[in-house]
Design a protein around this ligand. Structure first.
Ligand code: DX5
Ligand code: ZN
Length: 223
């Protein structure tokens, strides 16, 4: 199985975004992961909706937009010009009206993803499976780069893969986000993950270049 790589632009050098995106294109990564935060659902604020528009002007890579905002259904209209290859994920915990929010994501023309925090059990996804293309499993509590993996999330990936396959939803992709180091990516691959968010612990690891790190990640997730 071929895994997909989604480098997290939260970890890019903001003074050199265009240069680094060209390197990621050369490395043939699959998505650009863009974290949108609101300082309420998570304590931090990182990239915003205008950043998405700016990135679309300089790349044809599909975008993987991860919304960490409360009541995302109120803000989805700020995401424009989606392609059917883009993913827009919102958190299960961020709205009491998840089906309405997912319908709005579909209306944008993107694939719909549901993200779950490390403490949220996979059973909450059961009634959402017919409406989603991706489950984004947070492997750290969202909001910051450079955190340590919550170990219980590895077993969660395996259980989710089983649940998806056994319920006739094997086409739904599992994305993993948070401390996806080279070492942990290998374990996540064995658990059945499909899309790997590369942050400070892999693609943007300081020990090597973005190009070399991306190639190393590719070898791990294409084993
Ligand atoms: C938050 C982000 C981070 C981050 C991951 O949703 O996507 O999880 O960039 O990178 P690490 O954990 O490797 O710094
Ligand atoms: Zn993310």
């Amino acid at each position: 199985m071929k895994g997909k790589i989604a480098p997290s632009l939260m970890c890019v050098d903001l003074m050199n975004v265009e240069r680094d995106i060209k390197i990621l294109e050369e490395a043939e990564v699959d998505y650009l992961h863009i974290d949108i935060m609101d300082n309420h659902f998570v304590p931090n604020v990182t990239l915003g909706f205008d950043f998405i528009d700016a990135i679309r002007k300089i790349t044809h890579l599909p975008l993987d937009i991860h919304l960490m905002i409360e009541n995302p259904e109120n803000s989805l209209s700020y995401i424009k010009n989606c392609s059917p290859k883009d993913i827009v994920s919102l958190h299960y915990e961020s709205t009491p009206h998840i089906h309405r929010a997912l319908a709005l994501v579909k209306g944008l023309g993107a694939k719909a993803g549901v993200a779950i925090n490390p403490g949220t059990p996979i059973q909450v996804l059961e009634d959402l499976l017919p409406d989603i293309d991706v489950v984004l499993v947070m492997t750290v509590n969202p909001g910051f780069a450079g955190q340590q993996l919550v170990p219980a999330t590895l077993n969660k990936i395996s259980k989710l893969r089983k649940m998806l396959d056994e319920s006739g939803h094997g086409h739904i992709e599992i994305e993993v986000d948070g401390n996806v180091s080279f070492e942990k990516a290998k374990l996540m691959y064995e658990c059945g993950a499909d899309i790997y968010v590369g942050g400070s612990s892999s693609v943007f690891h300081k020990d090597s270049s973005i190009l070399e790190n991306s190639q190393k990640m590719r070898e791990i997730v294409n084993a």
